[in-house]
Design a protein around this ligand. Structure first.
Ligand SMILES: Nc1ncnc2c1ncn2[C@@H]1O[C@H](COP(=O)(O)OP(=O)(O)O)[C@@H](O)[C@H]1O
Ligand SMILES: [Mg+2]
Length: 323
Protein backbone atom coordinates (compact mmCIF):
# COMPACT_ATOMS: atom_id res chain seq x y z
CA UNK A 1 0.00 0.00 0.00
CA UNK A 2 1.20 3.49 -0.66
CA UNK A 3 -0.14 6.97 -0.28
CA UNK A 4 0.78 8.98 -3.33
CA UNK A 5 1.99 12.36 -2.19
CA UNK A 6 0.19 14.02 -5.09
CA UNK A 7 -3.10 12.89 -3.54
CA UNK A 8 -2.24 14.18 -0.08
CA UNK A 9 -0.93 17.46 -1.54
CA UNK A 10 -4.19 17.93 -3.45
CA UNK A 11 -6.35 17.12 -0.42
CA UNK A 12 -4.29 19.47 1.76
CA UNK A 13 -4.69 22.27 -0.77
CA UNK A 14 -8.41 21.56 -1.09
CA UNK A 15 -8.86 21.59 2.69
CA UNK A 16 -6.94 24.87 2.94
CA UNK A 17 -8.94 26.44 0.10
CA UNK A 18 -12.28 25.46 1.64
CA UNK A 19 -11.17 26.57 5.09
CA UNK A 20 -11.91 23.04 6.33
CA UNK A 21 -10.09 21.68 9.35
CA UNK A 22 -7.57 19.09 8.33
CA UNK A 23 -5.71 16.42 10.27
CA UNK A 24 -2.64 17.18 8.12
CA UNK A 25 -0.24 19.52 9.93
CA UNK A 26 -0.18 22.85 8.12
CA UNK A 27 2.96 24.33 9.68
CA UNK A 28 5.97 23.82 7.46
CA UNK A 29 9.20 22.20 8.60
CA UNK A 30 12.10 24.30 9.87
CA UNK A 31 14.59 21.90 8.38
CA UNK A 32 14.52 20.19 4.98
CA UNK A 33 17.06 17.71 3.70
CA UNK A 34 16.94 17.09 -0.05
CA UNK A 35 19.03 14.40 -1.64
CA UNK A 36 19.72 10.71 -1.28
CA UNK A 37 16.92 8.32 -0.50
CA UNK A 38 17.52 4.74 -1.54
CA UNK A 39 17.55 1.14 -0.45
CA UNK A 40 20.82 -0.49 0.54
CA UNK A 41 20.89 -4.15 -0.44
CA UNK A 42 23.68 -5.61 1.65
CA UNK A 43 25.02 -9.13 1.09
CA UNK A 44 24.82 -11.09 4.31
CA UNK A 45 26.56 -14.17 2.93
CA UNK A 46 26.83 -15.84 -0.46
CA UNK A 47 23.53 -15.28 -2.19
CA UNK A 48 21.69 -13.88 0.86
CA UNK A 49 20.89 -10.18 1.04
CA UNK A 50 19.24 -7.81 3.46
CA UNK A 51 17.55 -4.54 2.51
CA UNK A 52 17.86 -1.35 4.58
CA UNK A 53 16.07 1.93 3.93
CA UNK A 54 18.78 4.56 3.60
CA UNK A 55 20.45 7.41 1.80
CA UNK A 56 22.70 10.02 3.41
CA UNK A 57 20.27 12.92 2.98
CA UNK A 58 17.40 10.85 4.34
CA UNK A 59 19.54 9.86 7.34
CA UNK A 60 20.33 13.52 8.06
CA UNK A 61 16.60 14.30 7.98
CA UNK A 62 15.88 11.47 10.41
CA UNK A 63 18.73 12.60 12.68
CA UNK A 64 17.39 16.17 12.96
CA UNK A 65 13.78 14.95 13.36
CA UNK A 66 14.78 12.53 16.14
CA UNK A 67 16.34 15.44 18.06
CA UNK A 68 13.03 17.30 17.88
CA UNK A 69 13.03 19.81 15.00
CA UNK A 70 10.05 19.72 12.57
CA UNK A 71 11.72 18.19 9.53
CA UNK A 72 11.06 16.97 6.01
CA UNK A 73 13.00 14.89 3.59
CA UNK A 74 12.36 16.26 0.10
CA UNK A 75 12.72 13.74 -2.67
CA UNK A 76 11.04 11.12 -4.78
CA UNK A 77 10.56 7.36 -4.36
CA UNK A 78 8.74 4.67 -6.34
CA UNK A 79 5.60 2.67 -5.64
CA UNK A 80 7.32 -0.70 -5.12
CA UNK A 81 8.01 -2.75 -1.97
CA UNK A 82 11.35 -1.00 -1.22
CA UNK A 83 9.77 2.42 -1.62
CA UNK A 84 6.85 1.40 0.62
CA UNK A 85 9.43 0.59 3.29
CA UNK A 86 11.04 4.03 2.82
CA UNK A 87 7.61 5.65 3.14
CA UNK A 88 6.79 3.73 6.33
CA UNK A 89 10.20 4.49 7.85
CA UNK A 90 9.80 8.18 6.97
CA UNK A 91 6.41 8.20 8.67
CA UNK A 92 7.89 6.44 11.72
CA UNK A 93 10.64 9.08 11.83
CA UNK A 94 7.96 11.83 11.90
CA UNK A 95 9.19 13.36 8.65
CA UNK A 96 6.70 15.65 6.91
CA UNK A 97 5.42 13.34 4.17
CA UNK A 98 4.13 16.20 2.03
CA UNK A 99 7.73 16.50 0.82
CA UNK A 100 8.15 12.86 -0.19
CA UNK A 101 6.91 12.35 -3.75
CA UNK A 102 5.96 9.01 -5.30
CA UNK A 103 6.23 8.18 -8.97
CA UNK A 104 5.77 5.04 -11.01
CA UNK A 105 9.42 4.36 -11.67
CA UNK A 106 11.94 1.75 -10.52
CA UNK A 107 13.57 2.23 -7.09
CA UNK A 108 17.18 3.33 -6.62
CA UNK A 109 19.22 0.49 -5.11
CA UNK A 110 22.74 0.54 -3.65
CA UNK A 111 24.11 -2.98 -4.00
CA UNK A 112 26.67 -3.47 -1.23
CA UNK A 113 28.24 -6.78 -2.17
CA UNK A 114 31.22 -6.55 0.18
CA UNK A 115 31.26 -4.84 3.54
CA UNK A 116 34.93 -5.21 4.67
CA UNK A 117 36.02 -3.03 2.97
CA UNK A 118 32.80 -1.79 1.37
CA UNK A 119 32.34 -2.49 -2.33
CA UNK A 120 29.16 -1.25 -3.96
CA UNK A 121 27.44 -0.11 -7.09
CA UNK A 122 24.12 1.56 -7.82
CA UNK A 123 21.14 0.38 -9.87
CA UNK A 124 19.00 3.33 -10.83
CA UNK A 125 18.81 4.27 -14.47
CA UNK A 126 15.74 6.48 -14.96
CA UNK A 127 14.72 5.58 -11.40
CA UNK A 128 12.20 7.30 -9.13
CA UNK A 129 14.67 9.52 -7.24
CA UNK A 130 15.59 11.31 -10.49
CA UNK A 131 11.99 12.50 -10.93
CA UNK A 132 12.01 14.76 -7.85
CA UNK A 133 10.10 17.92 -8.68
CA UNK A 134 10.54 20.90 -6.31
CA UNK A 135 7.68 22.70 -8.13
CA UNK A 136 5.24 20.15 -6.65
CA UNK A 137 6.23 20.87 -3.04
CA UNK A 138 3.59 22.61 -0.90
CA UNK A 139 3.24 26.32 -1.63
CA UNK A 140 5.06 28.68 0.72
CA UNK A 141 7.32 26.12 2.39
CA UNK A 142 10.53 28.07 1.79
CA UNK A 143 9.29 30.83 4.08
CA UNK A 144 9.35 28.50 7.09
CA UNK A 145 12.64 26.70 6.38
CA UNK A 146 15.67 27.89 8.32
CA UNK A 147 18.24 25.39 7.10
CA UNK A 148 18.33 23.01 4.13
CA UNK A 149 20.79 20.18 3.64
CA UNK A 150 22.19 18.76 0.38
CA UNK A 151 24.81 16.18 -0.55
CA UNK A 152 25.53 12.60 -1.45
CA UNK A 153 25.09 10.74 -4.72
CA UNK A 154 21.98 12.75 -5.63
CA UNK A 155 24.37 15.55 -6.62
CA UNK A 156 26.14 13.16 -8.99
CA UNK A 157 23.01 11.80 -10.69
CA UNK A 158 21.67 13.83 -13.62
CA UNK A 159 19.15 15.32 -14.01
CA UNK A 160 18.46 15.29 -10.24
CA UNK A 161 21.83 16.91 -9.52
CA UNK A 162 20.93 20.06 -11.49
CA UNK A 163 17.42 20.14 -9.96
CA UNK A 164 18.93 20.11 -6.47
CA UNK A 165 21.62 22.69 -7.21
CA UNK A 166 18.92 25.03 -8.55
CA UNK A 167 16.79 24.39 -5.46
CA UNK A 168 19.76 25.13 -3.18
CA UNK A 169 20.36 28.44 -4.98
CA UNK A 170 16.63 29.34 -4.71
CA UNK A 171 16.61 28.54 -1.01
CA UNK A 172 19.69 30.63 -0.41
CA UNK A 173 18.04 33.52 -2.25
CA UNK A 174 15.07 33.12 0.13
CA UNK A 175 17.40 33.46 3.13
CA UNK A 176 17.48 29.75 4.00
CA UNK A 177 20.89 28.64 5.19
CA UNK A 178 22.53 25.82 3.25
CA UNK A 179 24.34 22.78 4.62
CA UNK A 180 26.38 20.51 2.34
CA UNK A 181 28.00 17.11 2.92
CA UNK A 182 29.50 15.76 -0.31
CA UNK A 183 29.79 12.28 1.26
CA UNK A 184 32.17 10.84 -1.32
CA UNK A 185 31.04 7.81 -3.33
CA UNK A 186 32.59 6.27 -6.45
CA UNK A 187 29.99 8.07 -8.65
CA UNK A 188 31.98 11.26 -7.92
CA UNK A 189 35.26 9.92 -9.26
CA UNK A 190 34.76 11.72 -12.59
CA UNK A 191 33.12 15.00 -13.51
CA UNK A 192 31.96 16.00 -10.01
CA UNK A 193 34.23 19.03 -9.54
CA UNK A 194 31.86 21.67 -11.03
CA UNK A 195 29.04 20.49 -8.72
CA UNK A 196 31.41 20.43 -5.75
CA UNK A 197 32.40 24.02 -6.50
CA UNK A 198 28.79 25.14 -6.99
CA UNK A 199 27.55 23.58 -3.76
CA UNK A 200 30.57 24.63 -1.71
CA UNK A 201 30.03 28.23 -2.88
CA UNK A 202 26.33 28.11 -1.87
CA UNK A 203 26.96 26.54 1.52
CA UNK A 204 27.00 28.19 4.93
CA UNK A 205 28.11 24.89 6.47
CA UNK A 206 30.17 22.10 4.87
CA UNK A 207 30.75 18.69 6.47
CA UNK A 208 33.49 16.39 5.21
CA UNK A 209 35.28 13.37 6.62
CA UNK A 210 39.02 12.90 6.24
CA UNK A 211 38.24 10.17 3.73
CA UNK A 212 35.91 12.48 1.75
CA UNK A 213 38.72 15.03 1.51
CA UNK A 214 41.31 12.54 0.25
CA UNK A 215 38.94 10.91 -2.25
CA UNK A 216 37.33 14.11 -3.56
CA UNK A 217 40.61 15.86 -4.27
CA UNK A 218 43.04 12.98 -4.70
CA UNK A 219 45.57 14.72 -2.45
CA UNK A 220 46.61 14.58 1.19
CA UNK A 221 44.05 15.82 3.67
CA UNK A 222 45.61 19.24 4.38
CA UNK A 223 45.95 20.16 0.71
CA UNK A 224 42.39 18.94 0.07
CA UNK A 225 40.99 20.99 2.94
CA UNK A 226 42.75 24.10 1.70
CA UNK A 227 41.34 23.53 -1.82
CA UNK A 228 37.85 23.12 -0.39
CA UNK A 229 38.14 26.23 1.79
CA UNK A 230 39.34 28.27 -1.17
CA UNK A 231 35.93 27.58 -2.77
CA UNK A 232 34.18 29.50 0.02
CA UNK A 233 36.06 31.32 2.79
CA UNK A 234 32.81 32.32 4.51
CA UNK A 235 31.57 28.77 5.09
CA UNK A 236 31.93 26.99 8.40
CA UNK A 237 33.59 23.60 7.82
CA UNK A 238 33.29 20.49 9.99
CA UNK A 239 35.96 17.87 9.36
CA UNK A 240 35.33 14.53 11.08
CA UNK A 241 37.86 11.73 11.42
CA UNK A 242 35.95 8.77 12.84
CA UNK A 243 37.12 8.14 16.41
CA UNK A 244 39.89 10.70 15.88
CA UNK A 245 39.80 14.45 16.54
CA UNK A 246 37.30 16.52 14.57
CA UNK A 247 37.90 20.13 13.53
CA UNK A 248 35.41 22.95 13.21
CA UNK A 249 36.61 25.89 11.16
CA UNK A 250 34.40 28.96 11.55
CA UNK A 251 34.94 32.43 10.13
CA UNK A 252 36.28 33.48 13.56
CA UNK A 253 37.97 30.44 15.09
CA UNK A 254 39.24 26.92 14.53
CA UNK A 255 38.41 24.35 17.20
CA UNK A 256 39.43 20.71 17.56
CA UNK A 257 37.76 18.14 19.81
CA UNK A 258 37.69 14.39 20.34
CA UNK A 259 34.44 12.46 19.90
CA UNK A 260 33.25 10.71 23.07
CA UNK A 261 34.53 7.18 23.53
CA UNK A 262 31.74 4.73 22.87
CA UNK A 263 31.27 1.02 22.40
CA UNK A 264 30.91 0.91 18.64
CA UNK A 265 28.35 -1.50 17.15
CA UNK A 266 28.87 -0.03 13.69
CA UNK A 267 29.65 3.38 12.22
CA UNK A 268 26.91 3.39 9.56
CA UNK A 269 25.34 6.86 9.41
CA UNK A 270 27.75 8.34 11.98
CA UNK A 271 28.62 11.27 9.73
CA UNK A 272 24.94 11.91 9.00
CA UNK A 273 24.17 11.94 12.73
CA UNK A 274 27.07 14.32 13.38
CA UNK A 275 25.99 16.94 10.80
CA UNK A 276 22.38 16.42 11.95
CA UNK A 277 23.50 17.11 15.51
CA UNK A 278 25.39 20.23 14.47
CA UNK A 279 22.37 21.55 12.56
CA UNK A 280 20.10 20.86 15.52
CA UNK A 281 22.46 22.69 17.86
CA UNK A 282 22.72 25.69 15.50
CA UNK A 283 18.92 25.87 15.09
CA UNK A 284 17.81 25.19 18.66
CA UNK A 285 20.70 26.61 20.69
CA UNK A 286 22.03 29.53 18.63
CA UNK A 287 23.39 31.22 21.75
CA UNK A 288 25.88 28.42 22.35
CA UNK A 289 29.60 28.80 21.70
CA UNK A 290 31.09 27.04 18.67
CA UNK A 291 32.90 24.63 21.01
CA UNK A 292 29.53 23.49 22.38
CA UNK A 293 28.04 23.09 18.91
CA UNK A 294 31.03 20.90 17.99
CA UNK A 295 30.71 18.81 21.16
CA UNK A 296 27.04 18.25 20.41
CA UNK A 297 27.80 17.16 16.83
CA UNK A 298 30.44 14.68 18.00
CA UNK A 299 28.22 13.28 20.73
CA UNK A 300 25.47 12.81 18.16
CA UNK A 301 27.86 10.95 15.84
CA UNK A 302 29.11 8.83 18.75
CA UNK A 303 25.57 8.01 19.86
CA UNK A 304 24.78 6.73 16.34
CA UNK A 305 27.70 4.28 16.60
CA UNK A 306 26.22 2.55 19.65
CA UNK A 307 23.49 0.92 17.55
CA UNK A 308 23.39 -1.19 14.40
CA UNK A 309 22.61 0.62 11.15
CA UNK A 310 22.01 4.33 10.66
CA UNK A 311 20.56 4.97 14.12
CA UNK A 312 19.13 8.46 14.74
CA UNK A 313 19.95 9.33 18.36
CA UNK A 314 17.41 11.04 20.57
CA UNK A 315 18.24 14.22 22.49
CA UNK A 316 18.58 12.18 25.70
CA UNK A 317 21.07 9.82 24.06
CA UNK A 318 23.19 12.74 22.84
CA UNK A 319 23.03 14.65 26.13
CA UNK A 320 24.08 11.49 28.01
CA UNK A 321 27.31 11.46 25.98
CA UNK A 322 27.97 15.14 26.63
CA UNK A 323 28.31 14.55 30.35
N1 LIG B 1 34.72 4.76 16.16
C1 LIG B 1 34.03 5.84 16.58
N2 LIG B 1 33.97 6.16 17.91
C2 LIG B 1 33.30 7.24 18.33
N3 LIG B 1 32.68 8.10 17.51
C3 LIG B 1 32.73 7.85 16.19
C4 LIG B 1 33.39 6.72 15.65
N4 LIG B 1 33.24 6.74 14.30
C5 LIG B 1 32.50 7.85 14.03
N5 LIG B 1 32.19 8.51 15.16
C6 LIG B 1 31.42 9.75 15.31
O1 LIG B 1 30.80 10.09 14.09
C7 LIG B 1 31.42 11.26 13.53
C8 LIG B 1 31.52 11.11 12.03
O2 LIG B 1 32.26 9.96 11.72
P1 LIG B 1 33.16 9.83 10.41
O3 LIG B 1 33.51 8.39 10.26
O4 LIG B 1 34.29 10.80 10.49
O5 LIG B 1 32.18 10.36 9.27
P2 LIG B 1 31.49 9.62 8.03
O6 LIG B 1 30.45 8.70 8.61
O7 LIG B 1 30.91 10.74 7.26
O8 LIG B 1 32.58 8.88 7.31
C9 LIG B 1 32.74 11.39 14.28
O9 LIG B 1 33.23 12.71 14.33
C10 LIG B 1 32.34 10.89 15.65
O10 LIG B 1 31.60 11.86 16.34
MG1 LIG C 1 30.08 11.12 5.55
Amino acid sequence: MHTPSATSAISTAAAAASGARSAVPCAFPHFVSAGDILTDLVRTDGSHWRSHPGGAGWNVARAVAALGVPTAFAGSIGIDCFSDELWRASEAAALDLRFLQRVERAPLLAIVHETHPPAYFFIGEASADLAFDPESLPQGWMGAARWAHFGGVSLARAPLSATLATLAADLRAHGVRISFDPNYRNLMAHGYRPMLETMAALADLIKVSDEDLRCLFGTDEDTALETLRAMNREATVLVTRGAGPATLITPTETIAAMPPRVEVVDTVGAGDASIGGLLFSLMQRPERAWRDHLAFALASGGAACRHAGAHSPTLDEVVALLQ
